[in-house]
Design a protein around this ligand. Structure first.
Ligand SMILES: Nc1ncnc2c1ncn2[C@@H]1O[C@H](COP(=O)(O)OP(=O)(O)OP(=O)(O)O)[C@@H](O)[C@H]1O
Ligand SMILES: [Mg+2]
Length: 374
């Protein structure tokens, strides 16, 4: 996918932004608080119909305004024609998402057309946090490459919730196990899909790690959410009494994870901050390559201030890998000197952001670097 145009009204300090994009690398540069992350937030709205920063709309809408709007023209990999995406979020009225002039009810329709990958300071959660973030990472890929996955996943989630409610209301065993009959088959299909996906992921991972010169022998293991030695049906039966005291279902695909370790130690404890960040890049770039191989979809990258903490050599390697992705990359930086020699980046556009106003630097020359950074 490729975002050709973006219009934003009243999203945080972005009162009226109108920008066109034609280069694969788009850089937003500006001082702290100028509106760079808010621009990524606006782009994220196009792919997800929501913010990645807050669930509270009144935090995102420009102070004193009744709502915000984001409009984008997006060229997807499946459509020769550009899609027009319009999002209107109001504090007092129902929100609206429009795709080519038609109202759509479900934001997942946006996501299907527009695979977007966000890497921002909280992405560390993928390595340091609980299993949910890793499951979401894995399922994001499956959502894009396995057309049946999303519906199966939704069904499984629903069945777990119903089962948990039955456990909490102390429903008889027969009734709890009634959910299990339907659920087990779905859970096993989800496991098969996830396992195959992780296998393909690992094949590409090695190549990407090599390109980014991430040489630590990190091991990634898929854990399906229940023991490899036992089938789910008998495990659920065996654990029923304990599930009753826990009030939730302990085993199943809702507990799946990707265990990431170095020499048996979780990477959160074994890697430095810079190394963790590099590993994150490797994981996200692997995901993008897999998506392209399996579904011919090119992800769009939203990279929020990711270059800080890398040494200059690494920065150059990362920038080079990003420009070779043939995906569109939006990158924010408060410090243009982090990008090194811009002339080596290939085709790029540079936008300077100042108090919510976005201005493109045309005919950008290296000698302008320090002036623009200031
Ligand atoms: N609801 C709102 N209405 C108006 N302005 C807001 C609102 N919420 C936040 N802001 C302001 O909008 C700006 C948002 O900045 P943003 O996070 O995009 O900055 P940034 O350029 O990414 O900065 P940094 O380099 O520090 O990450 C800040 O100045 C913030 O104070
Ligand atoms: Mg920011």
């Amino acid at each position: 996918m490729f975002v050709n145009a973006l219009k934003v009204n009243y999203l945080r300090n972005l009162v009226n932004v109108d920008a066109s994009f034609h280069a694969p690398l788009v850089i937003f540069s500006g001082l702290n608080g100028s509106g760079k992350t808010s621009l990524l937030e606006a782009l994220y709205f196009l792919g997800y119909g929501r913010s990645f920063q807050s669930r509270l709309l009144n935090r995102i809408v420009h102070y004193g305004q009744p709502g915000l709007s984001v409009f984008g023209e997006v060229c997807t990999d499946q459509h020769a024609l550009a899609l027009q995406v319009g999002i209107a979020k109001s504090l007092h009225e129902p929100s609206q998402i429009r795709l080519n002039g038609k109202t759509i009810m479900n934001a997942s329709e946006l996501a299907l057309h527009m695979p977007m990958q966000l890497i921002h300071p909280e992405s560390f959660h993928l390595l340091t946090g609980g299993s949910q973030a890793r499951r979401q990472f894995l399922d994001w890929g499956l959502f894009h490459v396995e057309p049946q996955f999303h519906a199966l996943w939704q069904k499984s989630q629903r069945l777990v919730l119903q089962r948990n409610a039955a456990l909490r209301s102390e429903a008889p065993d027969d009734m709890v196990m009634l959910w299990d009959q339907t659920w087990v088959g779905i859970a096993e299909t989800i496991d098969t899909m996830r396992r195959a996906y992780v296998d393909s992921f690992l094949e590409i991972y090695a190549q990407v790690a090599d390109t980014l010169q991430f040489q630590l022998p990190v091991e990634l293991h898929y854990h399906r959410g229940w023991s490899e030695e036992q089938d789910l049906a008998s495990l659920l039966k065996q654990q029923l009494a304990k599930d009753r005291t826990r009030h939730y279902t302990y085993s199943g695909p809702q507990r799946a994870d990707i265990i990431i370790k170095l020499a048996g130690v979780p990477v959160a404890d074994a890697l430095s901050r810079g190394q963790q960040k590099l590993l994150l890049m490797v994981l996200f770039l692997t995901q993008a390559q897999l998506l392209y191989q399996r579904a011919k979809k090119k992800s769009c990258y939203l990279l929020d201030d990711i270059l800080a903490e890398f040494d200059p050599t690494r920065r150059q390697q990362i920038l080079q890998s990003l420009t070779q992705l043939s995906s569109q990359v939006f990158l924010t930086t408060p410090d243009l000197s982090q990008l090194g020699d811009l002339a080596q980046l290939g085709a790029y556009q540079l936008f300077h952001v100042e108090q919510g106003v976005v201005r493109e630097h045309e005919g950008y020359a290296l000698s302008d670097l320090s002036a623009a950074a200031g």
